[in-house]
Design a protein around this ligand. Structure first.
Ligand code: MLT
Length: 326
């Protein structure tokens, strides 16, 4: 009967097109950290919004490749989602380097301000254009503090002779060079073993990440520096995103927003407790000498000008500082 066919057809056109599907999400870190918290919350929200049709399986611990590999895999549609440190996106989309310019972001509130406002929107667009991945959420992970297995470090002078692992990220490499050492670039997935075997003496990452990765088992000394506030975007392959129905796209974007809000709260509720736990487990925390003055001066005077062009011009940094009221 023609009427029934027409009715069925119009229902098909107006009913949200949500097909059951399972997405894969890569996480560089172990379960329990800020990446996991964002990914897990996103998966729950997306399931709720789609009446259980969309499922997200999380693969922590770099099971699906190094963080930088996951950007490539998502770009070509081999992977759906990844949560990774922003510094591991920068090699594919240099303007996001703005968010890891040392000593720019000085609090979680400032991190939220930059990622949620116009600057954040522009960086999302740039990342789609340059890297083929879309940022749909953010984990706020705290300042990257310096750890090492050898001795307390309070001044840049104390760093001399230590082999410090950094991600393959030009801004971070240049920062340690400005402090007087040549750091060792190493993939995140190799870092625990590198520290354990003494290939490298130290590294930097937030307290919650240090704890999730059990770095306290192979690192003793912490220096409470504040040079980079770690943010970890949740990215989706842009080609996978474009293949979704408008309803699914909307659900993904909303779930990402809500998981971002949760991540901010998680950091506030968790970081202090984790810090105390790390001390109880034997880590020693030192404050940088002279309120970090020497660190800040050495790094900002050399590193900022070096990267003006890669972040899109000096005015991009000036604009960010202005938005932060400095
Ligand atoms: C790195 O150091 O490569 C990253 O910050 C690790 C992470 O994603 O936590």
């Amino acid at each position: 009967n023609v009427l029934a066919i027409v009715t069925a057809f119009s229902i098909a056109l107006t009913t949200p097109q949500l097909y059951a599907q399972t997405f894969k999400m890569a996480l560089g870190d172990a379960a329990g950290g800020t990446q996991w918290e964002l990914g897990k919350t996103f998966a729950e929200k997306l399931s709720d919004k789609t009446g259980g049709k969309a499922k997200v399986d999380l693969f922590p611990n770099g099971q699906l490749g190094t963080e930088q590999d996951t950007v490539n895999n998502a770009a070509i549609g081999l992977l759906d989602f990844s949560v990774l440190a922003i510094n591991n996106v920068t090699p594919f989309s240099p303007t996001v380097g703005l968010l890891t310019m040392p000593y720019v972001i000085q609090s979680a509130e400032e991190a939220r301000l930059l990622t949620q406002g116009d600057i954040g929107k522009e960086l999302v667009e740039n990342t789609i254009r340059d890297a083929g991945v879309r940022i749909v959420g953010w984990a706020y992970s705290g300042f990257r503090v310096l750890t090492n297995s050898k001795r307390p470090v309070k001044t840049p002078e104390d760093l001399k002779g230590l082999v410090i692992r950094v991600p393959r990220n030009e801004i971070m490499i240049a920062s340690y060079q400005a402090l007087g050492i040549n750091p060792t670039p190493m993939a995140w997935s190799e870092t625990f073993t590198g520290l354990q075997q003494g290939v490298v003496d130290g590294q930097d990452n937030p307290y919650i990440t240090i704890s999730a990765m059990k770095f306290n088992e192979v690192q003793k000394y912490v220096t409470n520096i504040r040079y980079i506030f770690s943010m970890e975007p949740l990215i989706i392959s842009e080609s996978v995103f474009q293949d979704q129905s408008p309803e699914m796209q909307k659900a993904i974007l909303e779930a990402g927003q809500e998981a971002t809000v949760h991540s901010f709260e998680f950091l506030k509720d968790t970081e202090d407790r984790i810090k105390k736990e790390l001390v109880a487990k034997g880590m020693e925390i030192a404050e940088p000498a002279d309120n970090e003055k020497e660190w800040i001066e050495s790094v900002t005077t050399v590193v900022w000008p070096k990267f003006y062009s890669s972040i899109g011009g000096k005015e991009k940094l000036d604009n960010a500082l202005k938005q932060l009221g400095r």
